[in-house]
Design a protein around this ligand. Sequence first.
Ligand code: HEC
Length: 423
Amino acid sequence: MIRQSTLRALGLSLPFALVLTGCDNGSPTSDLSLEDADPVMGLVTFQVECASCHASGDGFDLAFFSFPDSTIVRRALGHVPLSDALDIVAYIRSLGAETMTRHTRLFQPGNRILAGDRVFAEQLFGLDAWPVDLTPEELLAIDPRTVLVALDLPMWSVEKDNVDWMPDLPPADGILAFNGTGTTIEAYHQMPTDQRLVTAVNRLRHSVTSPQNSAAPCTFNDDRPVDYEACFQVQRWIASLGAQHMLRTDRMDGFHRNVHNAFWDVGQTVRRSIVQGRESPANGLENWIDWMWTGWIFEPQSHATIYLGTGLEAAGLVRHATFMTLRSLVARPANSLAPFVDVRNTARFSPDHWAGDATAFALRHLEERIMASDRVDQLSGESLAEAFLHLEQTYRLASEKDPTAAPMLRELVDRIEDMLPDL
Ligand code: HEC
């Protein structure tokens, strides 16, 4: 048994003595208290009994999100006897890492949730319209990680539903066994460096999708049916592994694109289950847009806007969708063809009274891109046909929403079409 001196050496303060009564798991409780608990055993027990689901490996998450002793004991009792539960509490307290409350929504911009879509626009632009004076450079300077939104991004742990970072299950053995994936996770836990984390995340993302892995649940790339629920669970595990590294190393502003993309993956899986009409994880739309937004704010240049946009549209958040689309557009790398689709999606997602101004912004920016560097003169075949198609769809969608803007939009579309090679 550990002694007070050891607790002090571990930096534990014990102003409390947690004495539990009334537990019905059969163990005698009267003589068990936190003062007698053993934090060293607590770490061992956590690793054996808890770490498979709690991807931290060391209980960092429970300390970081300030879960109260009573909650840790209550949850631990589902897995271990009371004396072990108290050891875990003593160990978690020894970490001394309380930084956020357990009600914190990780990566929620400004730590505030707005009341709705219109409030979002008013907060961002000061009005419910696309701001006509805004330049592409100014839009690019708006950091999506700081833009307040009406989405309530996932908390760390929620017991009543699945809109949280904690997966309900550990990764299946076949996922860990494939291609040495489990070994890379162990290596990371032994020495949690950036490189080891990225390696573990990369192996995991590969293992869960690989057609070569018979245990992969996320078989989007082969003929086997996708196990959406299992895929959703394991992708949350990967996301929570990556997010905890960001928390540990104080990288809340962003870390590595593969880790950010692991957040996006969760939403993409839920989206696919919904659009395929398959049985979806619970709270489908919420999980879809919450996880995609969480991934998108770190990598606005790299995702197709249709995926997050259609989710936001389904949730009635069309102003969010328009902002997301245009903020992605201005961040696209040179020579990308994504802007043609972004322009069309702007026309699609924008509310009627935004459609003229927002679409004109998008078209003008596309024109500037083409003049500046984009090699659209080399477009040919299918890509060229798609570029024309997207431009015509843009015109049709936006002018239906805002007929008064139709002549101006026609002129912009014509100018761009004239810059393209002949079909
Ligand atoms: C089988 C997977 C699994 C194992 C093993 C597991 N947990 Fe959890 N734990 C979860 C999930 C999932 C949640 C998120 C809340 C929920 O969905 O019920 C959670 C949440 C918690 C919470 C926060 C509860 C809250 O109020 O939101 C605590 C504390 C906790 N676990 C402690 C432990 C401890 C200590 C152990 C080991 C003795 C452990 N867990 C083992 C899956 C697991």
